[in-house]
Design a protein around this ligand. Structure first.
Ligand SMILES: [Zn+2]
Length: 310
């Protein structure tokens, strides 16, 4: 009997451990492999470019002798990315900064790690890369069972940090900031101080309601706090490369912060007054987009976040 109970306890663990379902992830990879043939290249100045499409925006910084990349899209489109980069410069890649661990920003590690290119990230991003990770819970819960496989050793960051890191590269000071739980629990905001250019990763995006990865340490309140901190790093001339979407300015960060703060505060007020989710949603002026399902999921996620923290 004891043995049977032990077996029953053990079976689900073993079966999950041995057979995680990567089919949703693999389907996406196969789709991208066939679809992505080239990327748009956006020139910011002689030293900075943004490579757009097929995953998160890749930042390119060209210094005297070499190149630094911020994010690297997907493993399977490494050649497409390299073709785009070679249209900009012949210089070698010195290192790659990961803004966070999500597949559409960092899966290129699986390819570039094999080339021996060092990778830098926040310490929690590396931790997430070391395990299979289920994404899209909560806010984008319409996407089911999407499991990102863990990274091989040579695809993992070599250098990590806790709250701030500074790297000198040519005439530039590159500052990496982590502001705590936000899009995930391992986000880096990458600041090129002298050039006044910032790559935000998915902590700031232009597609409407930002996805907050509640399965992997993300926080809606934390994301709003990060946007406040980001605002303080910017002046009117700062150029911002978002995780997804077009080049932005400080005012775009303020707009997103205000929209999310409004949603957050109206949700807290509505919950306090016993309103239904739909009533709370109706009380929020729509400013981001018209995706009602995502808006409702935000409201439910804020309620969930409050219940954990209280
Ligand atoms: Zn992301």
């Amino acid at each position: 009997m004891k043995i049977l109970i032990l077996l029953l306890l053990f079976i689900p663990l073993v079966s999950f451990g041995q057979n995680p379902d990567f089919s949703a992830y693999n389907n996406q990879i196969n789709y991208l492999k066939n679809e992505i043939k080239y990327f748009e290249i956006e020139k910011i100045n002689n030293q900075f470019y943004m490579i757009v499409g097929g995953g998160g925006n890749v930042g390119v910084f060209i210094s005297e002798n070499d190149v630094v990349l911020i994010d690297n899209k997907y493993e399977i489109i490494e050649e497409v990315l390299m073709t785009s980069l070679r249209k900009i410069t012949d210089k070698p890649i010195k290192y790659i900064i990961n803004t966070h661990f999500h597949h559409d920003h960092s899966d290129g590690n699986r390819a570039f790690g094999k080339r021996g290119i060092p990778i830098v990230s926040h310490q929690n991003a590396k931790k997430r890369m070391m395990e299979d990770a289920e994404l899209y819970g909560g806010i984008f819960s319409s996407i089911k069972d999407f499991v990102q496989p863990k990274y091989e050793k040579n695809a993992l960051p070599l250098l990590t940090y806790e709250s701030k890191m500074t790297i000198s590269q040519g005439n530039e000071e590159i500052e990496l900031y982590n502001f705590g739980k936000a899009h995930t629990d391992g986000d880096s905001v990458v600041v090129f101080k002298k050039s006044n250019i910032i790559h935000t990763g998915d902590a700031f995006v232009r597609y409407g309601y930002p996805y907050v990865d509640l399965n992997n340490g993300g926080s809606i309140k934390g994301l709003i706090d990060l946007l406040s901190a980001l605002e303080l790093l910017c002046d009117e001339n700062t150029i911002i490369m978002p995780g997804h979407g077009k080049l932005s300015k400080k005012k775009d960060v303020i707009n997103l912060k205000n929209s999310l703060s409004n949603l957050y505060n109206k949700t807290i007020l509505g919950l306090k007054n016993g309103l239904s989710y739909n009533e709370i949603s109706d009380s929020i002026d729509e400013t981001l987009n018209d995706n009602e399902a995502v808006k409702l999921n935000y409201i439910k996620s804020i309620e969930h976040e409050l219940s954990i923290n209280n």
